[in-house]
Ligand binder design. Structure first.
Ligand code: CMX
Ligand code: CO
Length: 177
């Protein structure tokens, strides 16, 4: 895909001279800095939450770990556990049904139909991770962390600065592994 917004070489930047025998590692985006430790969830926009939950249970056997309405985000949502345990180390699918016409998920469904809406990385300190990523020129959409699923602390990064992928950072209320 030659017209992709970013090529892999922009992110994975081992200079040809930097081999394992090279003593100095230049500061580059490939050096870990953000505190992101795992994939927390993939957010999926759907029109009918109950039907979507039924599909994932029936087809893959995933169970609902948590369900709630998040008024601030304008969604009714279900977290389906894919692996791990609910102590801050699991990975989920987050199924999202809009509860308001003016919500981000309603707008997304109108433009794109059902499908993958965002990805979310876990961190032990969401404010610190957001500050570090913001320093790299990525727009952080929330000046202060907001309330996410089950009391998690979340911020979003602008999809236009993330290769077209709406990206969320999540600090679990139960801490990270
Ligand atoms: N993924 C990728 N691109 C997206 C996108 C998404 N989910 N949502 C919007 N965009 C793109 C649009 O395609 C559009 O691109 P073009 O200008 O090229 O057409 C551009 O972003 C602007 O889109 P828009 O429909 O005009 O939307 P807004 O600018 O009003 O809002 C965004 C976009 C990302 C700022 C808004 O959706 C937002 O703040 N999202 C964060 C909150 C959220 O999504 N909450 C629900 C999930 C809650 C949870 O996970 O707990
Ligand atoms: Co999410």
């Amino acid at each position: 895909m030659s017209d992709a917004p970013h090529s892999a070489s922009e992110f994975i930047t081992p200079p040809s001279s930097a081999t394992s025998s090279s003593p100095s590692v230049p500061s580059s985006p490939s050096v870990p800095f953000s505190g992101l430790s795992r994939l927390d969830h993939v957010g999926i926009a759907c029109r009918d939450l109950d039907a979507s939950v039924a599909f994932y249970r029936r087809t893959y056997g995933f169970e609902v770990a948590h369900e709630e309405v998040n008024e601030e985000q304008g969604v009714r949502e279900a977290m389906l556990r894919v692996n791990g345990t609910d102590d801050g180390g699991a990975t989920y699918l987050q199924l999202l049904e809009p509860v308001r016409e003016d919500s981000p998920v309603a707008k997304f469904l109108e433009r794109n139909g059902e499908g993958v809406h965002h990805i979310a990385f876990g961190t032990s300190d969401v404010a610190d991770s957001a500050a570090g990523i913001g320093e790299r020129g990525v727009r952080v959409l929330d000046a202060e962390p907001r309330r996410g699923t089950a009391g998690a602390r979340i911020v979003f990064l602008h999809p236009k600065d993330c290769g077209g992928v709406l990206t969320e950072l999540v600090q679990s209320p139960r801490g990270e592994e």
